[in-house]
Design a protein around this ligand. Structure first.
Ligand code: GRF
Length: 221
């Protein structure tokens, strides 16, 4: 089986990277991580790459004159490893349209909300302040506008009355770790088709254990 080569871009903790590494360790998983890049030298996530025996590089954005030259360095490193799909996993740099368009439909991100709601930062705090009962996470193809792009997979997660930003973040994160490897699997198996702003996936391939579908009590008239 030839496995799709993926590159993972991180800036920090790297728990989504860790989930992807775990998934790729299964013999029948259709993708392998060939490179992890961090823009921060001390990123904790780099330890997961080392532990998993995966090649990693630090490409420190502060060492580059501007965003374009930093992104050229990212692009070069990814291409040198033959990367076919780039996964943003807590990568905290905005990417220019040049980079995003060069990797169109081969660049994905995980975001901790049910997009298109709650784009941007501090999603959990804003969800709680708004009194929303339901939130979640989304894996999507990246487009030049931040947190925009065709949605591949989402998990819905309830907001509980006594949630704090931390407890809600932890509940959502557990689902990020389920949906991200699943989204990569779908892409690597060739099951996704991008049509305009929508991603078509044959129904038979949907099998994410533990996705929460809220039950509606009684009849809805
Ligand atoms: C995740 O919540 C992800 O959705 C967001 O940044 C966080 C990264 O966490 N984009 P980790 O570095 O993968 O642990």
């Amino acid at each position: 089986m030839s496995r799709m080569k993926i590159g993972v871009l991180i800036s920090g903790r790297g728990s989504n990277l860790e989930a992807l590494i775990k998934a790729t360790q299964a013999a029948d998983y259709p993708a392998e991580i060939v490179l992890v890049i961090s823009n921060r030298p001390g990123a904790k996530g780099l330890e997961h790459a080392h532990a998993g025996g995966i090649a990693s590089q630090v490409i420190d954005h502060t060492a580059y004159a501007d965003r374009a030259t930093f992104e050229q360095a990212l692009d070069k490193a990814l291409r040198a490893k033959g990367v076919e799909l780039v996964c943003l996993a807590g990568f905290m740099r905005i990417l220019n349209a040049d980079f995003v368009n060069a990797w169109r439909n081969r660049l994905i991100n995980v975001h901790p909300s049910l997009l298109p709601a709650y784009k941007g930062l501090h999603t959990h705090q804003r969800v709680i302040e708004d009194g929303a009962r339901l939130t979640g996470c989304t894996v999507h193809f990246v487009r030049p506008e931040t947190d925009d792009g065709p949605i591949i997979i989402q998990a819905a997660v309830p907001v509980l009355t006594d949630d704090t930003e931390e407890t809600l973040a932890a509940r959502v994160l557990a689902y990020e770790h389920k949906v991200y490897p699943e989204a990569v699997r779908l892409i690597a198996e060739g099951a996704t088709r991008v049509r305009g702003h929508r991603v078509q996936i044959p129904a038979a391939t949907w099998a994410v254990e533990g996705l929460i579908n809220p039950e509606i009590p009684g009849d809805v008239d």
